[in-house]
Design a protein around this ligand. Structure first.
Ligand code: 5GP
Ligand code: ZN
Length: 132
C-alpha cells in the first residue's frame, strides 16, 4: 500500500488521531499552520472531492464533530475549512482530506491569508462558466 493516508487508516503509520467513526478519521496535521490544524479523511481511498460525488457528504459528520472538538476543547473562535483538489491547487497527498484550521480572534481571519485579485473580470469569467 503506497498511499500515505491509507497507511494511517490501516495503522501502519502513527498519527495523533482526535476523532474516528465508521467512515472517517481526523488527526493532527504533522506541519500545522495554526494550533490544532487537523485533517479529516475518508477511510476509503478517494483521490479528491471533485472525483467522487459521495465522499464529502460521507465525511461531513466527522468534519462537524471535529470542529466541535476544536471549538470546545481548544477554544477556537472560528475554523477555516479547506480541501486542495489537484496538484495545481497545492494538493500533495492524493487521498481526499479536508483541512480544519482553527482560528483565534487575536491572529486575524481569512483576509490575513488571502487577498482579492482586482484584475479579474467578473463578467468574462461568468460568461465562460455559464455559457451553454
Ligand atoms: P495537501 O497539501 O495535500 O492539501 O495537504 C497535505 C497535508 O498532509 C499537509 O498539510 C501535510 O503537513 C500533511 N501531512 C503530510 N504527511 C503527513 C503525515 O505523515 N502525517 C500527518 N499527520 N500529516 C501529514
Ligand atoms: Zn489512500
Amino acid at each position: 500500500m503506497t498511499c500515505l493516508f491509507c497507511r494511517i487508516v490501516a495503522g501502519e503509520i502513527p498519527a495523533k488521531q482526535v476523532y474516528a467513526d465508521d467512515v472517517a478519521l481526523a488527526f493532527l496535521d504533522i506541519n500545522p499552520w495554526h494550533r490544532g490544524h487537523t485533517l479529516v479523511i475518508p477511510r476509503r481511498h478517494v483521490t479528491d472531492v471533485v472525483s467522487d460525488q459521495a465522499a464529502l457528504a460521507e465525511i461531513a459528520p466527522a468534519i462537524q464533530a471535529t470542529a466541535e472538538l476544536l471549538i470546545g476543547r481548544l477554544g477556537a473562535d472560528g475554523i477555516n475549512l479547506l480541501s486542495n483538489n489537484g496538484a495545481a491547487a497545492g494538493q500533495e497527498v492524493f487521498h481526499l482530506h479536508v483541512h480544519l484550521i482553527p482560528r483565534f480572534a487575536a491572529t486575524g481571519g481569512f483576509a490575513a491569508m488571502a487577498a482579492p485579485d482586482s484584475d479579474i473580470d467578473l463578467d468574462e469569467v461568468y460568461q465562460q462558466i455559464s455559457r451553454s
